[in-house]
Design a protein around this ligand. Structure first.
Ligand SMILES: C[S@@+](CC[C@H](N)C(=O)[O-])C[C@H]1O[C@@H](n2cnc3c(N)ncnc32)[C@H](O)[C@@H]1O
Length: 326
């Protein structure tokens, strides 16, 4: 139990390490505390205590001469890493994130999400109003996509699909990986206006001739005329009634051979450990969604005019839930 309770301390220390940019500074070789402290503007003794702590869980390594060097676990926290978990680590240390988790009891008692109660605005509105936080969230999402994007592109055969809309596609990493692997396809990245602005200089930049950027509100409408709609980590963000609106919007716009590709984890029954069961609590805190079982996906798709055709596992935690017009 002590080890479990220590988990928050470990995540906090790793978040701080990433925020200071230490993993970037040790990429070229071991560095002394004095060098690192002067480069990041830290108090040397306090910085030493941070690095000693993260090194004891494999994130950096302390040498006999007191220098610190890179490890595989610290390398994924570098800005230039691929895959990179830097954004996700930093997001875990942001005040709004911590305040959300400190309100879990409120969420469990009421079934309501916490961030809206704390800040008086839904989380994606909060990002619009806090331009310093939005890029951290977007980087966290892109970082996750560096892991599950290639896994999705590998697991699904896009042969019969010529045009694809990525709904809530963030900065476009997933769409870029899919277009790169499928030269016959065109893609549309659809997201909120401030996110699409950031996406223009992102991973899709070199694919301009096969890609369109569109912005709007996915609960009102989605770009029309695609053979398929994909959405990764969108359905798990929202309660059923709002998901139905998004899925109905997609259904309205596809022909009889159209496809819906929902990329999310599928919760398995029983006591087996799964990070998705904790991500599910994160969704409860903000933005108010949930992870779902296969049966719950089946019912959700049916309520929006789709039939769950199959669930395709990927090499990552996520599966691809394929829907066809009912
Ligand atoms: C959890 S992120 C997932 C991003 C991306 N699909 C990925 O997997 O990296 C949710 C995305 O939904 C977008 N979003 C939220 N509300 C939206 C809305 N009403 N209309 C369009 N996009 C929205 C957010 O801006 C964000 O990029």
């Amino acid at each position: 139990m002590l080890q479990l309770l220590n988990g928050a301390h470990v995540a906090g220390a790793v978040a701080c390490l990433a925020q200071l940019g230490i993993p970037d500074l040790v990429e070229g070789g071991p560095k002394s505390i004095a060098e690192l402290a002067s480069q990041v503007g830290a108090q040397p003794q306090a910085l030493y205590r941070l690095l000693r702590a993260t090194a004891c869980v494999g994130v950096l390594s302390e040498g006999p001469d007191g220098t610190f060097s890179e490890t595989p676990m610290s390398a994924v926290l570098r800005r230039n890493a691929n895959p990179s978990l830097r954004g996700l680590a930093i997001m875990g240390g942001r005040e709004w994130h911590g305040r959300g988790w400190s309100h879990l009891e409120y969420c469990v008692r009421t079934g309501r999400q916490a961030l809206e109660q704390i800040y008086g605005t839904p989380v994606f509105e909060f990002f619009k109003q806090h331009p310093e936080e939005a890029p951290i969230f977007d980087e966290a999402m892109t970082g996750l996509s560096t892991i599950d994007g290639p896994a999705v592109a590998e697991a699904y055969k896009f042969d019969g699909i010529r045009s694809l809309v990525d709904v809530g596609g963030g900065h476009g990493f997933l769409l870029a990986v899919i277009l790169a692997a499928n030269p016959h396809m065109r893609g549309t990245l659809f997201d909120a206006p401030h996110v699409v602005e950031g996406a223009r200089t992102g991973p899709l930049k070199s694919m301009r001739e096969r890609c369109t950027f569109a912005s709007g509100d996915m609960f009102s409408s989605v770009p029309a005329g695609a053979d398929a709609y994909i959405m990764k980590h969108i359905v798990h963000d929202w309660p059923d009634d709002l998901c139905v609106k998004i899925l109905q919007g997609c259904r309205k716009n596809v022909g009889k051979d159209g496809k819906l590709l929902v990329v999310d984890s599928v919760i398995l029954p029983g006591n087996e450990f799964s990070p998705s069961k904790f991500l599910d609590l994160q969704m409860l805190i903000f933005p108010g969604g949930r992870e779902r079982t296969e049966k719950e996906f089946q019912e959700l798709l049916a309520a929006a005019g789709w039939r769950l055709n199959r669930v395709i596992p990927t090499a990552a935690v996520d599966s691809i839930i394929e829907g066809v017009p009912a």
